[in-house]
Structures are given as C-alpha cells and as structure tokens.
Design a protein around this ligand. Structure first.
Ligand SMILES: NC(=O)c1ccc[n+]([C@@H]2O[C@H](COP(=O)([O-])OP(=O)(O)OC[C@H]3O[C@@H](n4cnc5c(N)ncnc54)[C@H](O)[C@@H]3O)[C@@H](O)[C@H]2O)c1
Length: 354
C-alpha cells in the first residue's frame, strides 16, 4: 500500500519558537532527541518553546552513531521515561538525528508521532522530505529502515549560523543536483549565490533557495514514495559519488563529505551524459568549473579505477552485474535507467583524470 505524501507538512519558518509552540501544545508528554553539537548550538534556539517537563536524550554526534546500539538506547530512554502512544518525539539535528529519531519513533509502540527540526543544510534540503528513516547496520549504510513521514518538519535558516563551511557546502551540492535535474533558472540562482553571496557571507537569500530545493525534492518523491520510479532521479551524481565516498572514507588518511562526493559524481555523470545522450558540452564545462571552484579539483588515480568500478557494481541501487546511472539530456531533462558498461565506466574515469 502506498501512503499519501503529505507535502504541506513541511513548514519554513523564521519564528521557530512560535511554530514549535503551536505544534507541541497538543501533546501532554514530549521527548526531544538531539546530538552533542546540536544540544549546545541548536537547542538554545528552541528552548523558549519547551517546558521544563520535556525529556531530553543526547546522542554522540557523527554518522557512526546512526547505529543499532544507539537505537536501542533511544528506545530504552523512551521506556524509562514512560513515553506512551500519545507522546511526541522531536528530532533536533542533522540527518543522523532525524534519520535515527524518525526510525525510533516509527517503531516504538508500533509508531508514535514525531517532528523533525533539521539543523544542517543537507538535512533541510534533502532528509526533510520523502520520509526515509533508518540506521546503518553491519557496515552498510541505511540498511535497516522505514519510509514514514514526520508529522511536521520545521525548517529554519537560524540553525545554519553555527554550521561550518564544509557542512554548508555539502548541503549546497545536493541543491546543485536539484537544480540540474529540474530547472536551469534555479541552477543560475545557485551559481550566483556561490560566487557573490556565499563569498560575502551574505545568507539572506538562502531561505528562498532552500524552499526551491525542498519543492524539487517533493516533486520527485510525492508520486513515488517507495522509490521504484522517478524518485530515482534524485540519485543523479550518486552512482560515481557513492563509490568515491566509500573509497576515500575507507582510507585513514583522507575524508570526503557526502555532498562533495556527489558533486564530483555529477561531473563524471555529465561526462557520460555528453557521450551517451548529447548533453551540451558547454554546460558540462560551466558546471564542472563551478563544482571545482567550490570543492577544488578532483580526479581518481588510475590504480584505483578498478576499485571504483567494483564499488559501483556492489552499490545496492544497481541490479546484479549491471550499473545504472541517471543521465541528463539537458539541464532539467533527466533520463532514468541508463545501463552503463564496464568500458564506459573506465573510459569516463580516464577522461576526467587530470
Ligand atoms: N532521510 C533522508 O532522506 C536522507 C537524505 C539525505 C541524507 N540522509 C542522512 O543524513 C545523514 C547526513 O546528514 P548531515 O550531513 O546533516 O550529518 P550529521 O547529522 O552528522 O550532521 C553533521 C555535523 O553537523 C553537526 N551539526 C548539525 N547541525 C548543526 C548546526 N546547526 N550547527 C553546528 N553543527 C551542527 C552535527 O552534530 C554533526 O557533527 C546521513 O546519515 C545520511 O544517510 C538522509
């Protein structure tokens, strides 16, 4: 059964205390999940909406805590603090907190209400819509989870004030992806934001840009909640991007953020788009320049090409022994289900190498 997608439940607000107050006044017992960083940097921004009776649970910050062990601790906390079927869980944090908190709430007593307050740009433009919740398991990312919409999602730019540039740009890469799969005009706005506003540290336009991204994400998820059709368009940049992320983060010496890996994935997948479906070369040059200006030049050493190929083969988004990739015919015209041969992968890795 496909649930309806309640897209109007995402509220963009500049008065988070007021909006949070309006929602939580309907609940008699309230629980809040956050992480160590957000406890310090984000909780003070909402605390005026919360009474002293609220029960707070703080998990360690970081992806490694999106785990079964942490999930058990959250369930135990809810039990010990007498949460019941009418309780509300507020998830205040980045994608780690909203993913694991959404999963904890969806499974506790077969499901209690939860609201998400995403505090990173990535969580605001990506994790906020689509209802995916879950944990990493046995070393596999997002292996266990459920699709279940939050009762409300509150998005406010005030949380971004304390976010580092690297975290900000990781979210910005997903916004670039949204623009490329949907709308050239939005791409131009993002380009101008990066070269002019971001450099001057002027974030006054960010709210409007976040709204555009959330609308685009909703466009792709609302008719395909279970991720079997057009929702896959959102994987643009991720076939190569995931492989880059896995390869680089496996080594102890270096680290790459998800958004940055996706941005480089976009460059490689656009090279493929030029070759296979005539994506305009002039746009490839412009987009690659923007991505390299944001994140720096990037290429994969020849000795790693085979490893990248193997990682792509084992990506769970691919069917066995066949690599699928989203390509673009033009900016705003994505094509899904393109089979990519081994030769084409190696050829692209070679072309982009510098
Ligand atoms: N559910 C979905 O549809 C979806 C979509 C995209 C990503 N995700 C998941 O989201 C996770 C990544 O999300 P993320 O990038 O937000 O990571 P994250 O939650 O780990 O946050 C990144 C870092 O920023 C800190 N932080 C959060 N808000 C802050 C703020 N306002 N000021 C200062 N520091 C702050 C966090 O404590 C953490 O250290 C991954 O687990 C990914 O699988 C889920």
């Amino acid at each position: 059964m496909t649930k309806n997608y309640r897209y109007h439940d995402i509220i963009h607000t500049i008065d988070i205390v007021f909006d949070l107050n309006m929602i939580i006044k309907n609940y008699s017992s309230i629980y809040l999940l956050t992480d160590t960083n957000c406890f310090e940097k984000c909780l003070p921004k909402v605390k005026d909406a919360l009474s002293e009776q609220i029960h707070i649970y703080i998990i360690e910050a970081g992806e490694k805590n999106k785990s079964f062990e942490t999930l058990q601790l959250i369930w135990s906390f809810l039990i010990e603090e007498h949460a019941n079927r009418n309780s509300l869980l507020i998830n205040l944090g980045g994608g780690v907190v909203t993913d694991i908190g959404g999963f904890a709430a969806s499974t506790f007593k077969r499901g209690i209400d939860f609201i998400n307050i995403p505090t990173t740009l990535l969580a605001q433009v990506d994790a906020s819509a689509g209802g995916k919740n879950g944990i990493n398991f046995n070393g596999l990312k997002n292996e266990i989870g459920i699709i279940n919409q939050a009762n409300k999602v509150l998005i406010s730019p005030i949380f971004l004030e304390t976010l580092g540039d690297d975290e900000f740009l990781s979210g910005f890469a997903e916004m670039l992806k949204h623009s490329l799969i949907y709308d050239r005009e939005y791409f131009e706005e993002l380009k101008s934001f990066f070269y002019f506003d971001f450099k001057k540290k002027d974030f006054s336009k960010i709210s409007e840009l976040i709204k555009s991204s959330v609308l685009i994400k909703e466009h792709f998820v609302k008719n395909d909640i279970n991720d079997k059709g057009i929702r896959q368009t959102l994987n643009f940049g991720h076939t190569f991007g995931h492989a880059f992320e896995s390869l680089i983060n496996k080594s102890d010496k270096s680290n790459i953020k998800h958004g940055e890996a996706v941005a480089y994935g976009i460059v490689y997948e656009l090279h493929l788009s030029v070759k296979k479906v005539n994506f305009p070369e002039i746009d490839l040059i412009e987009i690659s320049k923007l991505i390299f200006d944001i994140f720096g030049e990037f290429s994969i050493e020849k000795k790693e090409h085979k490893n990248i190929y193997n990682l792509m083969l084992h990506d769970k988004k691919n069917t066995y022994k066949e690599i699928n990739c989203i390509l673009l015919k033009n900016i705003g015209t994505p094509l899904i289900s393109n089979k990519i041969s081994e030769h084409e992968i190696f050829d692209t890795l070679k072309t982009v190498s510098i």
